[in-house]
Ligand binder design. Sequence first.
Ligand code: IMP
Length: 196
Amino acid sequence: MVQLKNKDLYFVSSNPNKFREIEPILRQYGIVSQLIKMSIQEIQSESVHRIAEDKSTYAFKHLLRPVVIEDDGFYISSLNGFPGQYSSFVYKTLGNQGILKLMLNKVNRRAYFLSVIAYNDGHTLKMFSGKTQGMLSKAAAEGGWGFDPIFLPKNTNKTYAELGRLNRKSFYSHRRKSIEKFSKWYITKRLQSGNR
Ligand code: IMP
């Protein structure tokens, strides 16, 4: 049974890496959050927004507290957007080496990450997205998680993994962009409703 502390909102995910990146940003905006480690079955959909929406509805019904969930997609241009919404499955099955193999001899190495944040408090369901364009590296760097070792965001020659080690991933991150949009909206909503 999950122990719910008294927080503004609950971030529901099976992936603590996401919360590790999101929590300090929420805190900068004065938003107090707790990770609820839970895996939610994904619906079959082409749309990361639809998946996020559905997961937030499930999470709210489960906890009956304001929830935030995040769903991501990783889209590789020369593979027609693969793995997209199947990124998690493809990471587990092919891994970074498998992706780099698929990219051997490809000239176009463009790729992007999409993050969709869904907030659901039972009355309001609101979504925010963040996108980061970049390229696939030729080799995997050390460290990070998921596709961090092979993704070079635009305007830097370092991968997410290397940026993470320098505490610089957040500056480029798709997740930072979506959670900042959410945080700005959330604190405005809180001010308007007279809470704190
Ligand atoms: P999910 O379906 O939202 O769990 O995420 C899709 C997959 O994309 C994750 O399992 C990771 O493999 C990958 N992913 C999402 N965000 C990141 C990131 O910031 N760095 C590295 N990989 C990521």
